[in-house]
Design a protein around this ligand. Sequence first.
Ligand code: G3I
Length: 369
Amino acid sequence: MNRRELLSAAALTCVGVNGGVAQAQTSTGLDALARTSGRRFGFAVSSSYADKEPVKSLLRQHAGVVTAENAMKWRSIENLFGVPDYTQADRVAAIAVDLSAQLRGHTLAWHQSTPARLTWATTEVFVREQTSHLQALVSRYRGHIHTWDVLNEVIDADQPTGMRESVLSKLWGADRYPALFELARVADPYAKLAYNDFGLEQDEPWCERRRTALLRMLERWVKRGTPIDVMGLQAHLNMSRKFSADKLLRFFDELRAMGLTLQITELDVSEAQLQGDVAARDAAIAALYRDFTQACLSHPAVEMIVMWNVTDDNSWINRWLQAQRRVDGQPQRPTLFDASGQAKPAFHAVAACMGNAATKFDMKETRHV
Ligand code: G3I
């Protein structure tokens, strides 16, 4: 199908949500729509739900990118005694092959996925273990990973340094983070290398401070020649926060000026405080999806959008985020599909924007070999 055929099949317009979101036909896959502007679309998955219906069919229809939700994290790979088991990670890699989807590796270094056994390790032991874990994991999937999230969530705007204090900063060393990218580049020269973080997308003073801290860190890294290709914006959006497309796009311009492409890596919408019945909540959530997606797709450096989970019931927000339970006890509706796999207004909002994206992704493909 060419672009014109895809668009007429979907009969799309990116319209307001109040009067009803444009009903993109769900038969046109989101990845197919994303490709019309040179981008890709996908989902974070775990084999525990990706192998079952309705997620299995939804992935077949809509996924052009697959991220391992947990399976490639260090804590998921090794057992209590430090012995690696790649079964789950291999399963997610196989799902990507089966779908002919790009595979995102997530994540090589993250304070939350550092094995508990290393919490009290010496610096020497920690550096040795983190290095060999990274080398083994990256080499295992060499040539199969589109992008590796090399490092996850290390900024903290409330610290004078702008950097989070954690087991990683303490034992690996915040000034040595660029070495993680250097190791990953050597282990798989085919993969793009990303830094990934949250709390950067909305129009709140604390997000602004995080954007500033992030830009300072990336400037330092780029200046010293760190092999970083991609900024991963998690985009865990929240209905209780404001959104400004103008501010987001100015931020994207600054990232692009550093030579980075942009990937939306973990998109979803929390709505713990949202009032109203399901229809009203869905309409409001769809409006934020529309505003955010429209802004992202108007920027030439944005190359992919990845949802964090596929249906509402397998969203991490409903599975694990106890602190964000709604007061009415109802589950949240953070993703594009309900538990039965039905497309919600958020789906139609995203599909409409995707089909209408006038700005093409225009950064050159980064290949290093
Ligand atoms: O697999 C075990 C299961 O055997 C056990 O019975 C159960 C009991 O608690 O735990 C299960 O493991 C859980 C795992 O998810 C698999 O579902 C862990 O407790 C739980 O902490 C883990 O949470 C994940 C979290 O990262 C921490 O790794 C979420 O699923 C995952 O969605 C979330 O993803 C993060 C991204 O990596 C980084 N950005 C934020 C995002 C959301 O927090």
